[in-house]
Design a protein. Structure first.
Length: 391
């Protein structure tokens, strides 16, 4: 088994694990937000603040919520934490495998910042750790007591971080680190605040003491933050498959706008769970996304060339700037086989992938990776014109 085989299988298994654990974590998170918003006033005097009857899978379920803690500790208590931890660990290992082990290919962009692979990795780790420290201190400050003000400042801070990342990393590397930074904050909320606070409540009950209500309130606030960060982090984590989200100099702005459009959609469902249906939020999110799509898609100027570009010139440009990686026998040190099995060795192959070549090398300028070959604007223009006119 070659190194390429090992890396491919490792990448597949880690990505698969990341998706599975992510579904489990986000699913349970969405479920409990729905549950909390759907509780009805409880009938009884056992200290519960709300209850809900539900039917699923042929059976009935009766759930109650205690705002601080029940009078007595139950014999069996389930903790929701491993889904979050496994999601972050698998995601970080995938980040390390693709973007840190392959930093020279996927992370470093010499046109943006002349970083060595070690410097790029160190910078990425600083963003992950620094994002959590900043967020946590913001939560503990007076700003954290107002969710709306906190949300505005945190969103502005993430947008600023995106701007910084897009000025030091490749587009793909910047986008994935922005998502990893948000994901790190979310799992750190679970690890450093939500679970420890719940443990303190349990310890107080076992000691026969009255738990501090502030512990539950802080945990609930962090859970609420995680709820609103879920859609943006999912968008950013899949953005590397869609160059229009991270390509060009303003990729950070496109991601920020898409994340902002996702907020009212999440808010619509949170309100709906409380019995307050307000379609204005859903409409605002949909209009925002559609507007962004049109703005980004219409942002490319028409290609201007001084004459017809021949198929031979197209092949020469592709051979010069693309075939180091996209060939049956790649010469780039980062690849032992063509990425995603896509090769441009023949004109038939170039014609088959013409639309993808145009999207990545002409429209979004995300290829070649880090523009290692120094592809010029004029070459991109001629390549785009030639690809459109291939016989």
């Amino acid at each position: 088994m070659t190194e390429a085989d090992v890396l491919s299988w490792a990448g597949l298994l880690l990505r698969w694990l990341h998706v599975i654990t992510g579904i489990a974590w986000i699913g349970s998170s969405f479920y409990f937000v729905w549950l909390d918003n759907s509780l009805e006033p409880v009938k009884g005097k056992d200290g519960a603040s709300g209850e809900l009857w539900a039917v699923h899978g042929g059976g009935f379920y009766h759930k109650k919520k205690y705002p601080v803690a029940p009078a007595h500790m139950p014999e069996h208590l389930h903790w929701f934490k491993w889904e979050a931890y496994a999601t972050w660990v698998s995601g970080f290992l995938l980040l390390a495998l693709v973007y840190y082990y392959g930093a020279s290919v996927y992370l470093v962009d010499a046109a943006r910042a002349a970083l060595t692979p070690f410097q790029a990795v160190f910078t990425g780790l600083c963003f992950l750790g620094g994002g959590w420290v900043f967020y946590d201190e913001l939560c503990k400050s007076s700003i954290g007591r107002c969710n709306r003000l906190f949300g505005f400042i945190w969103f502005a801070s993430l947008t600023a971080a995106g701007w910084g990342l897009f000025h030091v990393f490749s587009g793909r590397g910047a986008a994935i680190h922005l998502g990893a930074m948000i994901g790190t904050v979310m799992v750190a909320n679970v690890f450093f605040v939500i679970i420890p606070n719940q443990r303190k409540v349990v310890a107080a009950l076992l000691a026969g003491e009255k738990p501090d209500p502030a512990l539950g309130q802080a945990a609930k606030q962090r859970s609420l933050h995680n709820n609103y960060m879920t859609l943006p982090v999912l968008l950013v984590m899949i953005s590397n498959h869609y160059p229009m989200l991270y390509g060009g100099e303003n990729g950070w702005l496109v991601l920020a706008a898409m994340a902002a459009a996702a907020w009212p959609i999440r808010h619509f469902f949170n309100l709906k769970h409380k019995g307050k249906v307000d379609y204005r939020y859903l409409l605002a999110g949909a209009v925002g996304i559609i507007t962004i799509a049109f703005a980004v898609s219409g942002g490319h100027e028409a290609v201007k060339t001084d004459g017809k570009v021949t198929a031979a010139e197209v092949r020469q440009i592709v051979r010069t700037h693309c075939s180091a990686c996209h060939s049956d026998t790649p010469v780039h040190e980062g690849f032992s086989e063509p990425p995603q099995g896509v090769a441009f060795d023949t004109m038939d192959e170039i014609k088959r992938y013409a639309a993808r070549i145009a999207a990545q090398a002409v429209e979004t300028e995300t290829m070649p990776l880090g523009n290692e070959t120094g592809m010029t604007a004029a070459e991109r223009e001629r390549l785009g014109e030639g690809l459109k006119n291939l016989p």
